[in-house]
Design a protein around this ligand. Structure first.
Ligand SMILES: Cc1cc2nc3c(=O)[nH]c(=O)nc-3n(C[C@H](O)[C@H](O)[C@H](O)COP(=O)(O)OP(=O)(O)OC[C@H]3O[C@@H](n4cnc5c(N)ncnc54)[C@H](O)[C@@H]3O)c2cc1C
Length: 460
């Protein structure tokens, strides 16, 4: 029997063209829905977007993806992105500059879990007891199925697993901050284990680190928009949705900030709110008051935020670091803010000499003015890499995203994709899921919302 297409000709509005909204819109457009994607900005991609400044094509923040980002990679390929070209694939690694009292851990190209075992044996800068502690962590976590009975902080988990101070300082704490953008003493051990399960604990390819070679809008959102249009949908930029409403027939209407003649559709069978948490709450608040029991979980969840700062420093084109990416020992009390440095010249030929330094959980760094922060970071690079010329960049730009991610606290209750309102769904990195606020968390949420829309139409 032919499969009934429940979405054919259903009008679905997706509000927000970050990675979650783009993912949901692509999935629905492919299933035959009439998709309208609204985005308040002129640029697609939300918190993972590219932008042009003084002849440079930068990102709002340096991002890194993992081989474990299965849904993101699948959707990128679906919309025509050549992921082998668009992403630089590096084996799982944590390598500090030689000058620093750090470590060098690189997983070789062997099948799992042998890649980890070899990486451990060959790791430099770790004493025998550190290596033993790392092996113990990995085997205990596997034995527990990467699952805790009760969530706790990452710091507590590391204590329980008898991790050495050096391993915590060089590996676990920086990994936690990079993956969850939350300090280990405040971060959810369960979410940390989820990320480790899908990277360290899975196949070698899943643990690969993937660094974009194109800007973040070009990596997926722009191709996604082309895909949606090709499937008959519309993508409306610079269109802010101010309010949503549902009529007596259950159809949805949107109130836009700007009058638009671009859309002939005025009524939708379903709406996905794929904005950030705060805007989703604001839009839910525009609905007519309903019984408290029917309020969305979104409106009862409290989220704290964490900042991320990326400092771009331009040097002479001939500058090249030993690796495309290096870890740095940060120490805010000594004004050493940088945690990772990326050599963008090794990622794309038009950015020779450009370094991107990442400062996660950057609330203190955000308080400095750009010039002071860039000077501190340039000084740190010159010292750590033993390259005095790095103290004097030719150009700099610091970008702080104050609400980069939600603070990934233990036991945080995150809203479901379905709301209390028929035909209204949520998508975004903050919704219920295994992952912290990441590209993959956002994409998975978009996919989950599209599946919920489809299955609800089937039942209707
Ligand atoms: C600096 C920085 C570094 C990061 N590093 C990494 C990393 O290395 N790896 C990783 O995996 N993740 C990283 N992340 C996290 C990742 O970028 C986010 O988790 C992800 O992009 C969130 O996507 P989203 O679609 O859920 O939300 P958003 O990207 O916030 O998308 C929401 C969209 O809705 C739009 N919108 C809001 N309100 C309205 C409205 N009323 N009408 C119309 N449109 C509206 C917004 O403009 C936005 O485009 C980083 C984030 C930042 C900021």
């Amino acid at each position: 029997m032919a499969k009934q297409n429940t979405l054919k000709d259903k009008a679905v509005a997706v509000i927000g063209a970050g990675w979650a909204g783009c993912a949901a819109a692509c999935e629905l457009a492919e299933q035959g829905a009439q998709v309208s994607l609204f985005e308040t900005s002129r640029i697609l991609g939300g918190r993972a977007r590219g932008f042009a400044i003084q002849d440079r094509q930068l990102d709002n923040g340096q991002h890194i993806l993992l081989g474990a980002y299965k849904d993101s990679l699948r959707l990128m390929r679906k919309v025509g992105v050549d992921t082998d070209r668009a992403l630089l694939k590096l084996p799982l690694q944590m390598v500090y500059p030689e000058r620093e009292d750090g470590m060098s851990f690189i997983a070789p190209g062997l099948p799992a879990p042998a890649h980890l075992l070899f990486a451990l044996v060959r790791a430099k800068g770790l004493a025998f007891e550190d290596k033993l502690a790392l092996a113990r962590f990995s085997s205990t976590a596997r034995w527990m199925g990467w699952q805790l009975h009760q969530d706790c902080s990452v710091t507590e988990l590391l204590e329980r697993f008898d991790q050495t101070p050096r391993l915590c300082r060089l590996m676990w704490n920086p990994l936690c901050i990079a993956a969850l953008n939350t300090a280990p003493e405040k971060a959810s051990a369960q979410v940390f284990l989820n990320v480790l399960r899908d990277s360290l604990g899975a196949s070698r390819a899943s643990s690969d680190m993937l660094i974009p070679r194109v800007d973040l809008s070009a990596l997926f959102p722009e191709q996604a928009a082309a895909f949606i249009r090709q499937k008959g949908g519309q993508v409306l930029l610079a269109q802010t949705v101010n309010a949503i409403d549902q009529d007596a027939q259950g159809k949805w209407q949107l109130r836009l900030k700007q009058d638009t003649e671009n859309t002939s559709i005025t009524s939708y069978d379903a709406v996905i709110l794929a904005t950030d948490f705060a805007n989703a709450n604001r839009l839910l608040g525009t609905l007519p008051a309903s019984e408290p029991t029917s309020r969305s979980a979104n409106q009862t969840t409290v989220m704290q935020y964490e900042a991320i700062t990326t400092c771009y420093l331009q040097y002479a084109e001939k500058l090249r670091l030993l690796r495309p990416m290096l870890a740095l020992l940060d120490s805010p009390s000594e004004k050493k803010w940088g945690q990772y440095v990326f050599d963008r010249g090794q990622l794309r030929s038009d950015q020779a000499g450009l370094l991107a330094v990442v400062v996660s959980v950057s609330v203190q760094a955000c308080e400095l003015d750009q010039a002071e922060l860039a000077a501190d970071i340039a000084r740190q690079l010159a010292q750590s890499l033993d390259m005095p010329e790095l103290a004097q960049p030719l150009w700099f730009k610091c970008i702080s995203e104050k609400r980069a991610t939600f603070s990934c606290a233990p036991g945080l209750i995150r809203p479901e994709n379905r709301t209390a309102y028929t035909g209204l769904y949520l998508a975004g990195d903050y919704t219920k899921g295994d992952y912290p606020a990441t590209i993959e968390g956002a994409v998975r949420s978009g996919v989950a919302a599209s599946i919920a829309v489809q299955s609800d139409f089937k039942l209707a």
